[in-house]
Each structure stands twice: as structure tokens, then as C-alpha cells.
Design a protein around this ligand. Sequence first.
Ligand code: GAR
Length: 216
Amino acid sequence: MGTQNNFKKHGVCPPIAVLCSGQGTNLQAVINAIRARRLRARIAVVISDRAAAFALVRAKRADIPTVFVDPKHYASRAACDRRLIAVLQSYQVRLICLAGFMRVLSPVFVRRFRNRILNIHPALLPAFPGAHAIQDALAWGARVSGVTVHLVDEHVDHGPILLQEAVAIRPEETEKRVVTRVHQVEHRLYPKAIQLMLDGRVKLVGRVVRLKAARA
Ligand code: GAR
């Protein structure tokens, strides 16, 4: 597969971290966007709380350093998060991107990296927060699902919204098909949101995000 990016050719690319628990298709979308130069960043480290996460395989294939932090080794959520903080500090990352990272982060963690943590969620928040958003939307009979990229605050799936896009749920559509279409939107939106953050174009007014114009 080769390396994720050759940043000598790009100039200096801001280091980011991607945190995953599962398949890592969003991680792959970020890797691909960097390779295609749609995203000017360097993934300095991929961290997972699951040893078997396929995301770790994707990272290794792209020559990205990986760290597995096993929550079972820590007495409390805060203790585990202190280890995460130490790893992230050692890589001096500018931005932390949660991509299917299914752990709730403690206030200690959120405070340490305030407004520098992004999350992607497969629903139009504040509708359908939680770990089973697409299934919950289908079970509710919702006609619209979607994708939200937001800043992480102390509450679950709650922080200021950066980008959002709706995905219509068609009648008789299988769950698998909805998941595929939601993922397609995620893979397009997440690299875009990361670039907005790295370009300093995100301004908060209360909890509302205002996007500053791109510099010429
Ligand atoms: C993504 O759909 C992401 O939005 C979701 O987990 C999936 C991870 O897929 N995250 C949440 O539900 C967070 N509440 P991936 O591992 O293939 O990127």
C-alpha cells in the first residue's frame, strides 16, 4: 500500500491523531484524502481501544504508528484517558479525530484538548445520539438519517456542529444499504471538516459554528 503521504513534497503538514474502535473506513477515507492531496495533514498516530480493530491494520498498511490502549488495564475512565493524553502529547498532534471511537471521553480529556477534538456521527444530531444511531433511526421509522461532524464537549454526541448532511431513508430500504449510503457521506465529509479545522476556519459563537471565508 505504501506510506499515507509524502510530506516532504507537501511542505509541513499538521499532525493529527485518529482514534478508532472498529472497521476504520473513516480512517481509510482520511488516509485516501491525504494521498489524493484533498487534505493537507499527516496522521501522526492511530489509537484504538480494541486490539482487534481493523483500523489498526489499515494504519499499519499505511505506515502510520499505532497505539493500542487497553481500557481493562486502568482502574478508572480518567486513568485510561490520562494514558491517551500522554500518547497524544508525545505525538504533538494539532487535532484529534474520533472515527468510530466507541469510548466516552472523560472531562479531563475534553478539557485538555478543548475545541481540538472532532467526532463523526451517523445521524443528524441532536436526533439519534449513541452507539446505534442508524438502527435507532430505522426502528423509529425516520424518513431521514444523515451525518454530523461536531466538536466534542463533555456530553455524548453533543458539541457544536461543524458539518451536517442529510441522507433520505427510502421506503423498503435494507439497513445494510442505508449504512452504506451514510458511510459514503461520512467519507466525503470528514476530510473536509478536518481541513476546515486545520485551516483555522472554525469560529465558535456560543455553541454555534461560524465558518470563516477561505484565505485567497
Ligand atoms: C461510523 O459510522 C461513525 O459515524 C460511527 O461509527 C462508525 C465507524 O465506522 N460513530 C458513532 O456511532 C459515534 N457515536 P468506521 O470504523 O468504518 O469508520
